[in-house]
Ligand binder design. Structure first.
Ligand code: AVJ
Length: 322
């Protein structure tokens, strides 16, 4: 599946239903069935993701915020004055605020977002707290080459900010492509500030994707609800379950939807057959050691200039330069 196909989007710029049907049919015709993870993020899915972030087992968001609580001033110092901050996605108001608060005379804030409602909401929120900061929202798919708006004055550096370990949703080859694209966009003096979840004991990682309250399971299965609604399919939600396991060789969480019985599902003109226990891949969440991440960055022509960790060393923020 292409890089783009795995990227979160939401309802207001989804592909037309016919494209969506094709994507789903292609994913279900494959020998190993798979569906792209951006299909999670319809309105309900985005709500459920916010709820995941509040679950006691989902340490990622809390750890990244704790990291910024401790280190944002130092990070801002390393980035230096007169930064143009380009954020991939705009759903990270708390983290972005923690960073912006410490930046000295930022030139502009450029949130890049494919969901126009989220983009608008985040610009309005930011404008309240930073009334003098120029905002240049860019309505675009950040997996595609971007045409950045002309800044109000010359920045010393362009920083691409990609928090949340969303990079972990991409397979290594795709992640490297994405880093290369960021490298092009940041220019010669620029840098990339990217959140990356760390390898750690398997029980901690697996618990984060199998919360006791079942919010993650609901989030996963909501993809089928969305497909039913938008494509008129007849997935029976009671006949499927969520499964997230850590694959230690690949260093990633692999989330599947499992068919609980032998069954057929209507997908447009096609019938998809499921065997009992058959798994459909819906998400990777890659975990990195500092060395893993440095190796991946190197393949994109980037060097890790600095890494910060939260106090419990669960999560990292990596600063990459040419
Ligand atoms: C938003 C991609 C960082 O992979 O941890 C959370 C999405 N999926 N629980 C992640 C997610 C299941 C999340 N990212």
């Amino acid at each position: 599946m292409s890089l783009q196909a795995f990227e979160p989007r939401d309802d207001d710029r989804r592909p037309p239903a016919s494209d969506l049907l094709e994507i789903v049919q292609r994913g279900l015709r494959a020998k190993l069935k798979q569906l792209p993870s951006w299909l999670f993020y319809d309105e309900r899915g985005s709500q459920l993701f916010e709820q995941i972030c509040e679950q006691p087992e989902y340490y990622l968001t809390r750890a990244e915020i704790a990291l910024l609580d401790v280190h944002a001033a130092e990070i801002a110092d390393v980035l230096g004055p007169d930064v143009r901050l380009v954020e991939y996605g705009s759903g990270n108001a708390i983290k972005t605020r923690l960073l912006l608060e410490h930046l000295s005379s930022p030139v502009s804030y450029v949130p890049v977002e494919i969901a126009s409602a989220s983009l608008k909401a985040s610009v309005e929120r930011m404008a309240e707290q930073f009334p003098r900061l120029p905002m240049q929202p860019l309505y675009a798919d950040f997996t595609r080459p971007l045409r950045l708006p002309i800044p109000p004055r010359a920045p010393r550096r362009t920083i691409v900010y990609f928090p949340g370990s969303t990079i972990g949703n991409f397979e290594q080859r795709e992640a490297i492509q994405l880093l290369r694209k960021m490298r092009d966009e940041m220019g010669m003096a620029g840098g990339i500030l990217v959140g990356a979840d760390l390898k750690k004991d398997v029980a901690t990682i697996e618990a984060a994707y199998n919360d006791r309250a079942g919010v993650t399971a609901e989030f996963t299965l909501n993809m089928l609800t969305r497909i039913n609604r938008e494509l008129g399919c007849n997935f029976n939600l009671a006949a499927f379950r969520h499964r997230s396991h850590y694959n230690p060789l690949a260093g990633r969480i692999e989330t599947h939807i499992i068919s609980l019985c032998e069954q057929k599902v209507r997908v447009g003109r096609m019938q998809a057959s499921f065997a009992e226990g058959e798994a459909m891949l819906v998400e990777y969440s890659c975990k990195y050691s500092p060395a893993d991440f440095a190796g991946m960055a190197a393949k994109a022509g980037l060097e890790v200039a600095q890494v910060w960790f939260d106090p419990e060393v669960l999560f990292s923020v990596q600063y990459l330069v040419r």
